[in-house]
Write a protein that binds this ligand. Structure first.
Ligand SMILES: Cc1cc2nc3c(=O)[nH]c(=O)nc-3n(C[C@H](O)[C@H](O)[C@H](O)COP(=O)(O)OP(=O)(O)OC[C@H]3O[C@@H](n4cnc5c(N)ncnc54)[C@H](O)[C@@H]3O)c2cc1C
Length: 386
C-alpha cells in the first residue's frame, strides 16, 4: 500500500524493515551502523534529527518485533520522555538526562497515574503534592503503573503545585532519582503482557522526597499542558508500533493459511477466513491513513486532539482485533510461543487502556461531535401537538 509519505520517510521505513527481517546480534550497535538509531531526536542530542512525520512509518516497522523499538531507541516510555526533555528541558537537564537517555546509557519512567482514588482516567483527581520549602520542593504521593519505574535512573513525577488553580491545571513535573531519600519502589505489578521482554510497571511511594528547584521540568503549574505535548505524538507512535505488530501477525497468518491444508484444500481458500483477513487489512489501512492525517496536522503546528484521540481508539481496537484473528487462524501455533503472535496478543490488550482508555477518548470525541448542532436539521421532525 502506498501512503503520502515523503521520500525520506519511505527510505527510513524500508531500511528499518530490512533491519527487522535480518538476524541481528547486537541490536543497538547494529541500528547505529545502519543509521536507524534514535531517528526522532535532534542530532545535537545524539539522534538523527528527522522530522516527526518522516519517522512515523519507521515506527510501524519497529513494531514488527518486540525488540525493534528498543533497538532503534524509539521505545516507550523513554521515547516520550526524551521528547519532553527536548521540548521543555533546560540546557542543564538536557545535558544530564537527555543525552545519556538517547545514548541508551540510562532509562526513565513517567510517574503520573495513582491508585484509587488518585489520578487515573480523570487527571484532575491527582493527589500527589509538591510543596516549596526554601530552595527545594518536597514531594509526597503514591504512584503506580510507572513503566520501567523500577529500573529507571530518572522519574518524571507529576505533582500538584497549586491547590488554588483550576483542577485541570496547577500541576508540575519533577525529576526524581530513585535513590533519593523517601523514594520507595514498592513492587513491579504482576500483569498481562509478553513474558519475553520482561517490561515492568512499578508501584512507587514518594515520602517527603526533597528535590532542588532545578529539578522542576518545564514550567511550574503547566504539567498538564506538558503532558498533552508529550502524549499527542507519543500516542501516534504507539499506534504505529502496534500497527506494525498486527501487520506482522497477519503476514505470519497468511503464510500459515496458504500452506496448511484441511478439508481437501488449503485453509487460505476458505472464504470465511479470506473475508476476515480482508476486513483486518482494510481496517489497518484505515488506521495508517488516520495516523498520518493526525501527524500531518501536528507537523503543521495543530494540537489535533480529536484526530489523535480517534486514531488512538481506532488503532487500539483494530490492532487488537487483527491480532486476535491471527491467533485464531494459526490454531495451536497461535497460542504457542514459537511464533510471536501470543506475545503480541498479550501486549496489545493494554493498548486500549494505556495513554487514555477508549471511553475517555470517546468522551472527548463526543464532546466535539456535539458542538455546533444544527437545529435546522430538525425542521422535518413531527412534534407532539398539544
Ligand atoms: C501496561 C500499562 C502501562 C502503563 N504505563 C504508565 C506509565 O508509564 N505512566 C503512568 O503514569 N501511567 C501508566 N499507565 C496507567 C494508565 O495511563 C492508566 O491505567 C489509564 O490512564 C487509566 O487509568 P486507571 O487505570 O486509573 O483507570 P480508571 O480511571 O480507574 O478507569 C477504569 C475504567 O473506567 C472506564 N472509564 C473511565 N472514565 C470513564 C468515563 N468518563 N466514561 C466512561 N468510562 C470511563 C474505562 O474503561 C477505564 O479503563 C499504564 C497502564 C498500563 C496498563
Amino acid at each position: 500500500m502506498e501512503y503520502n509519505d515523503s521520500e525520506t520517510a519511505r527510505e527510513l521505513a524500508e531500511r528499518a524493515r530490512a533491519f527487522m527481517d535480518e538476524d541481528i546480534a547486537d541490536l543497538r550497535g547494529e541500528a547505529r551502523e545502519r543509521d536507524l538509531y534514535a531517528p526522532q531526536i535532534s542530532e545535537e542530542h545524539g539522534g538523527m534529527g528527522q522530522d516527526f512525520r518522516d519517522v512515523l512509518p519507521l515506527f510501524e516497522q519497529a513494531g514488527r518485533s518486540l525488540l525493534g523499538a528498543p533497538a532503534m531507541r524509539v521505545d516507550a516510555p523513554d521515547e516520550g520522555n526524551m521528547h519532553t526533555f527536548e521540548l521543555v528541558g533546560t540546557d542543564a537537564q538536557k545535558q544530564e538526562y537527555l543525552n545519556p537517555l538517547v545514548a541508551g546509557e540510562i532509562s526513565s519512567g513517567f510517574s503520573m497515574t495513582e491508585p484509587l482514588q488518585g489520578g487515573g482516567s480523570d487527571p484532575k483527581m491527582l493527589q500527589t503534592t509538591a510543596e516549596k520549602d526554601g530552595d527545594e520542593w518536597v514531594i509526597n504521593g503514591h504512584k503506580w503503573w510507572t513503566t520501567q519505574g523500577s529500573a529507571a535512573d530518572v522519574l518524571l513525577v507529576m505533582a500538584r503545585t497549586n491547590q488554588e488553580a483550576h483542577p485541570y491545571s496547577g500541576c508540575s513535573f519533577f525529576l526524581v532519582s530513585p535513590d533519593m531519600d523517601g523514594v520507595e519502589i514498592v513492587r513491579d505489578i504482576p500483569h498481562v503482557g509478553p513474558s519475553m521482554v520482561g517490561e515492568g510497571h512499578a508501584e512507587i511511594k514518594y515520602d517527603n522526597v526533597r528535590v532542588p528547584e532545578e529539578n522542576l521540568l518545564g514550567e511550574r503549574d503547566q504539567g498538564f499542558q506538558h503532558a498533552q505535548q508529550r502524549l499527542g505524538p507519543a500516542r501516534l507512535t504507539h499506534c504505529m508500533r502496534f500497527t506494525g505488530m498486527a501487520t506482522r501477525a497477519l503476514e505470519i497468518t497468511k503464510a500459515y493459511l496458504d500452506e496448511r491444508e484441511g478439508f481437501d484444500s488449503p485453509l487460505s481458500e476458505k472464504q470465511a477466513l479470506r473475508y476476515e483477513i480482508a476486513e483486518a487489512e482494510t481496517r489497518l489501512h484505515a488506521v495508517r491513513t488516520m495516523v498520518r492525517d493526525a501527524a500531518d496536522k501536528i507537523a503543521a503546528g495543530e494540537e489535533a486532539r480529536i484526530e489523535v484521540g480517534m486514531s488512538k481508539v481506532f488503532a487500539a481496537n483494530v490492532t487488537q482485533g487483527a491480532i486476535d484473528t491471527a491467533l485464531q487462524f494459526c490454531g495451536a501455533n497461535g497460542i504457542g510461543r514459537d511464533l510471536p503472535i501470543a506475545d503480541f496478543y498479550e501486549a496489545v490488550r493494554a493498548f486500549r487502556i494505556v495513554d487514555g482508555a477508549d471511553e475517555v477518548h470517546k468522551r472527548v470525541i463526543a464532546r466535539d461531535a456535539f458542538e455546533d448542532l444544527d437545529e435546522a436539521e430538525l425542521e422535518a421532525i413531527t412534534r407532539y401537538d398539544e
